[in-house]
Design a protein around this ligand. Structure first.
Ligand code: FUL
Length: 694
């Protein structure tokens, strides 16, 4: 090897050092995050706690006249909340210190409607104090929800209330240590108790709360706080326009600070907005925010929660996941399990970053300086980044793994301290010596994660195809996430065909039709299975061949096929949703029908019936769940015989399959008559209806 003379080496080092020192970092572009917003963004994932008098009344919104003596959580344990949140990987907890009903979880001086007048701890309790202590113990940050709307307070709607409201904020921000976020919900004005007035009070949400002095007071009391407000003046964070657990794929951290933005822009942000207002995805681990026993069976599944993870943290937002506290003061163990399963799945998905031992090369490096070189994008250091010369708006970064790697997730982060810049990008993989496009997307922001079917490739290329100014990429991750093996869904369509639907498209499905245990040696599912007209007992598993792991078994024992069935009680073709095999597709009787109301079915031929099954509509709003019924059968659709009359006990709390048996009887027609529902009105709905035959 040729030796470089010492003076040459010194000269080279000198050149490198001047090229480093001469190359300046890019100037900020457009609005940039404050330190508080940056600290908040890096928290990524934190909890919401909904707990109030609603917990005891099965309501979503209390009216404001609920009795304080209902509040008596005999096992309240905020350390249990904190432990679960910590184990779930969350960084903080935001609690409903006051919800719309006006009940305060701390002994406030501003109203009598608080814990100080509740039987819990003889009025000496303070939920916020206990939570603040538990957060401290578990290294979590505390956040506070104080509802601006107060359906209890007699002064609500008058100027006097604003002073009361400010004093409440002052109390919670002065007495419990550092608060990382304050949450002002937008629900505003309307009917309420209002100290006994029982009336409708409307307020002008743009002026009534006079937010600016309140914001000033908040920032003085808590200099490190971020303010979330979807009801009034623009604050530090924005609602993403839905509680469904997602933000737009295109997600700018910008909005216009003064102009009203069209509602749907909350999903996407405003590309050229003049203020940094990043999005927070808030959603509950169950359909509703407060605890309702009827939702014990509706805790979100791992695939649902995982989707929310990708659709929030994976789309440049934070993820605020709610736990409804049970009346006893604890998080339900089903909710705990769901949150911990999610944490485990996230850990597994992102366990190994394949870029760690790879090499990175860029089409352009700012001033050819190592300080801004491609390697900064794969060093897992959030403070370093790859960037280009100022005029460059399209650039690519190639990661060479040096060998074939399997992967199905891509993560990128912009160095947002200098502004969010990337407008569009693609990713490609080098498969069998050729570049193959894996995805084409718009914004990146603080964090973007893409999911795609597993590829085997030697290189990955990120192409920035448009950017507001030179792009700054601080981190890239490439992962091979294991499949989430939830048991597949098994349904038998009206035709009699059985469909098996995996939660993860990449998993294989194996099944049996005789009730025996399926394994990866059983029949592989490829398309709907013809199973004839008779009974069939289907068992299935999802299987990941790369890890040789199977899901738990799912199974259904189906009675006769419903191919020849006709529904005679309505002309509405949508009614066939009740016999399509899918409980998620539902049908409700027309609104003008009054109870009792019938579902009349012609089975097309005589069957020997021994019972029937009903699955209610599970939607949260007006499902029309039948509680009391009669079941009639007939051979000619003229003469009817009542074979079963009863109630579905506990169907409200447990809206699942209900089975009723009766002595064998031959019939071709049946009539399922709804006599009463859980809502006390005439609404009647169905998820599925089926029969049991001998
Ligand atoms: C909503 C409120 O009205 C709900 O009750 C809940 O607190 C949720 C987080 O915000 O808009």
């Amino acid at each position: 090897m040729k030796q470089i003379p010492l003076h040459g080496l010194v000269f080279m080092l000198f050149l490198i050092s001047i090229s480093c020192s001469k190359t300046e970092a890019p100037l900020p572009y457009g609005p940039t995050p404050s330190e508080n917003q940056m600290r908040w963004q890096e928290m990524e994932y934190y909890a919401f706690i909904h707990f109030s008098l609603n917990t005891y009344t099965d309501q979503s919104w209390g009216f404001g006249d609920e009795d304080v003596s209902l509040f008596n959580p005999e096992k309240l344990d905020t350390r249990q909340w904190a432990r679960i949140c910590k184990e779930a990987g969350m960084k903080g907890i935001i609690v409903t210190a006051k919800h719309h009903c006006g009940f305060c979880l701390w002994p406030t001086e501003t109203t009598e409607y608080s814990v100080k007048n509740a039987p819990w701890k003889d009025g000496k309790g303070d939920v916020i104090r206990e939570l603040a202590d538990a957060c401290k113990e578990y290294g979590l940050k505390l956040g506070i929800y104080v509802s601006p709307w107060d359906r209890n307070n007699p002064e609500y709607g008058k100027p006097e209330y604003i002073t009361i409201f400010r004093n409440q904020i002052k109390e919670v921000l002065s007495n419990y240590g550092d608060v990382f976020e304050i949450w002002f919900d937008g629900a505003n004005g309307g009917t309420g108790y209002y100290g006994g007035a029982n009336e409708n009070r409307k307020i002008d949400r743009t002026t009534y709360y006079d937010w600016q002095p309140t914001y000033k007071m908040i920032r003085e009391l808590q200099p490190n706080i971020v303010i979330w407000n979807d009801g009034g003046d623009r604050a530090d964070l924005r609602w993403v326009g839905t509680e469904g657990g997602w933000v737009g794929e295109t997600n700018w951290c910008l909005l216009n600070s003064t102009d009203e933005v069209p509602f749907e822009m909350l999903h996407y942000g405003v590309e050229n907005g003049n203020a940094w207002v990043p999005g927070e995805v808030n959603t509950s681990i169950r359909p509703e925010w407060f605890y309702h026993p009827s939702e014990d069976t509706k805790v979100k599944t791992l695939p649902q929660l995982m989707d929310t993870y990708y659709n929030s943290i994976g789309r440049n937002a934070t993820f605020l996941l709610n736990f409804p506290i049970r009346p006893n003061g604890l998080i339900d163990e089903r909710d705990e399990k769901a949150a911990l399963d999610l944490a485990e799945a996230v850990k597994e998905a992102f366990a190994v970053n394949l870029v760690v031992n790879a090499k990175a090369e860029a089409s352009n490096v700012r001033g050819n300086s190592r300080k801004f070189g491609a390697a900064n994008a794969i060093d897992s250091d959030k403070n370093t980044y790859w960037t280009t010369d100022d005029e460059v708006k399209t650039a690519s970064l190639t990661i060479d793994f040096g060998e074939i790697k399997s992967f199905n997730r891509f993560m990128a982060q912009e160095y947002i301290r200098l502004g969010q810049r990337v407008k569009s990008f693609t990713i490609e993989a080098m498969v069998d010596g050729e570049w193959k496009e894996l995805d084409k997307q718009t914004t990146i922001g603080y964090n973007r994660i893409l999911r795609f079917p597993t590829v085997e490739a030697t290189k990955l290329r990120l192409n920035i195809t448009d950017s507001k100014a030179c792009p700054l990429i601080s981190n890239i991750g490439v992962y091979d996430a294991p499949q989430i093996l939830t048991p597949p869904k098994v349904i038998r369509e009206q035709s009699g065909n059985v469909k098996i639907i995996p939660a993860d498209q990449e998993s294989e499905i194996y099944y049996t039709l005789d009730g025996s245990e399926p394994t990866s040696g059983s029949i592989k599912y490829t398309s709907p299975i013809e199973t004839g007209d008779g009974k069939v007992d289907v068992r299935a598993i999802a299987y990941d061949p790369s890890n040789r792991k199977s899901s738990q078994i799912s199974g259904e024992r189906f009675d006769i096929a419903r191919k020849t069935w006709n529904i005679l009680s309505t002309e509405d073709k949508k009614v066939y949703a009740v016999i399509d095999g899918d409980i998620a597709s539902v049908w409700n009787q027309p609104r003008d029908k009054k109870i009792p109301v019938d579902l009349l079915i012609d089975m097309g031929k005589e069957e020997n019936l021994t019972g029937f099954k009903y699955h209610p509509n599970q939607s949260p709003w007006g499902p029309g769940i039948i509680t009391d019924y009669q079941f009639f059968v007939s051979s000619d659709n003229k003469k009817w015989k009542l074979v079963s009359e009863d109630e579905f006990s506990n169907i409200k709390n447990n809206p699942l399959w209900q089975t009723k048996n009766f002595g064998p009887i031959k019939a071709r027609y049946f009539k399922f008559s709804a006599l009463k529902n859980t809502e006390g009105n005439d609404n009647v709905g169905y998820g599925e209806v089926d029969v049991i035959t001998k």
